[in-house]
Design a protein around this ligand. Structure first.
Ligand SMILES: [Zn+2]
Length: 105
């Protein structure tokens, strides 16, 4: 199952601010070692994007369940510094299969 996680922090909590240097280091460690954290949580990361002007991170994650996704995103300051919007989504292939099912009924 695929999820798109959108995580936004306020400018006051921005990792670029000197008072958040410790959290910046934790975040940087996470970003540099995401493969390790994927394995530990049992998820697969398909994409990562940042919009620095909007202080927003985007993750495209494949996980069997929401708990594994939460474990992956629970590392360091990812969840504590952000408001999360996590949407389950389907692939194009699954969409086409669903569309065929609807038409047949
Ligand atoms: Zn920021």
């Amino acid at each position: 199952m695929f999820f798109i996680a959108q995580l936004t922090h306020s400018p006051e909590l921005c990792f670029a601010r000197p008072e958040h240097k410790e959290k910046y280091d934790e975040l940087f460690e996470f970003l540099n070692n995401m493969e390790k954290y994927e394995k530990e949580a049992g998820v697969k990361l398909h994409g990562f994007y940042l919009n620095a002007n909007e202080h927003t991170f985007y993750f495209i994650i494949e996980a069997d369940n929401y708990l594994k996704l939460s474990k992956f995103l629970g590392v360091g300051p990812i969840l504590t510094h952000h408001t999360a919007k996590i949407s389950p989504v389907v692939t194009l292939e699954e969409t086409l299969e669903f569309a065929r099912t609807v038409v047949e009924e």
